[in-house]
Write a protein that binds this ligand. Structure first.
Ligand code: GDD
Ligand code: MG
Length: 325
């Protein structure tokens, strides 16, 4: 069985971080987003197909340096083809029932059980569903008592949403679905799903967690949700005279002498925070240096970033990376 991983977006809402790395390589608790997704794909899947245009070279380099232990095929998508078009573009590599997975969410979906559900229902498509308070930024499904989807609407107005069950971004599909995707730019959700309703499209609800990682708030929320209860503090970090407000994660060789850290803060390897500074609700990647008397709240600071003494930063993503010419 093949899985198509959709990671082709440009990650505009995570700029300037995504000027350096594509969104799927954004590290979440020490592991790139894409590896959280790949690790959740069952062993029955013998090839993960990744259509990619934006920063393909950076992705290739990463995979070469950190082989994920399964077959990954990167396929060129020079211009974005949309979530449906990207799948159509790799149809020659798909031989039967297949999976499509949005690469920007971390979930507890048990993909093997989901595939079993799809086979038991026998429809042309099954999609995973997750309940949220405000479904308007998502795709929304209405289910009957047999879990069959009777209606689907992509990004409805809040008052027009007919349920709070959203498309959680994993699909199990029969190969015939490919024949219903046109050429060029095609949205799976807006153009293909409506054609599947008559042919049997089912919704699979699951328990646990579902974390969208498309924005700064969401990435911070993902760290927060995956943070161990208590804290995890490397023995190789130095925190003499520091105040730690749990939960925090301090990776190896972090130095926070005399600073206040946390709660909900992740400091990656070799981060240094100067005395009398406070870092809260934030993620600082490798080698970030924060001067003295700084306040950093709800921020993501890219690897190697330096914060001058006395800075006050709230709700920002900061990096020295620049857009490509
Ligand atoms: N290859 C490729 N080409 N991938 C794409 C393209 C494209 O043109 N456009 C988007 N993607 C990838 C994104 O990188 C992302 O991983 C996934 O497809 C979904 O696209 P988003 O742009 O993130 O869509 P969304 O978050 O607004 O909505 C989608 O996801 C929601 C759940 O997170 C929809 O599927 C909604 O129905 C769903 O509820
Ligand atoms: Mg998304």
């Amino acid at each position: 069985m093949k899985a198509v991983l959709l990671v082709g977006g440009m990650g505009t809402r995570l700029r300037p971080l995504t000027y350096r790395i594509p969104k799927p390589l954004v590290p979440v608790m020490g592991k790139p987003l894409i590896m959280h997704v790949i690790d959740s794909i069952p062993s029955e899947v013998d090839e993960v197909i990744v259509p990619i245009g934006y920063k393909r070279d950076v992705m290739e380099e990463y995979l070469k340096a950190h082989p994920p232990g399964r077959r990954i095929t990167l396929v060129d998508e020079p211009e974005p083809l949309g979530t449906g078009g990207a799948v159509k573009n790799v149809e020659d590599l798909i031989d039967g029932q297949f999976l499509v997975i949005n690469g920007d969410v971390i979930t507890s979906l048990d993909v093997a059980s989901f595939v079993k559900f799809h086979r038991a229902k026998g429809g042309i498509a099954s999609i995973s569903l997750w309940p949220v308070d405000d479904p308007s930024p998502f795709g929304v499904a209405q289910l009957d008592s047999e879990s069959r989807i009777t209606r689907f609407q992509e990004k409805p107005k809040r008052e027009e949403a007919f349920s709070n069950l959203i498309n959680a971004g994993a699909y199990a599909l029969e190969r015939e679905v490919l024949d219903l995707i046109g050429e060029g730019f095609v949205s799976m959700e807006r153009e293909v799903f409506p054609k599947l309703l008559d042919k049997g499209m089912y919704g699979y609800q699951f328990e646990g967690h579902w974390i969208d990682c498309g924005t700064r708030e969401n990435v911070l929320n993902a760290f927060n949700s995956l943070m161990p209860e208590g804290s995890r503090i490397s023995e190789l970090s130095v925190s003499t005279g520091a105040a730690i407000r749990h939960p925090v994660v301090l990776e190896d060789e972090v130095v926070i002498a005399g600073a206040t850290i946390g709660p909900r803060t992740y400091l990656s390897k070799r981060v240094v925070v100067g005395p009398m500074s406070h870092v809260v609700g934030s993620v600082l990647y490798d080698d970030v240096r924060v001067g003295i008397k700084c306040v950093i709240k709800d921020c993501i600071l890219d690897a190697g970033f330096t914060v001058p003494d006395g800075s006050i930063l709230t709700g920002e993503i900061l990096s020295t990376a620049q857009p490509e010419e």
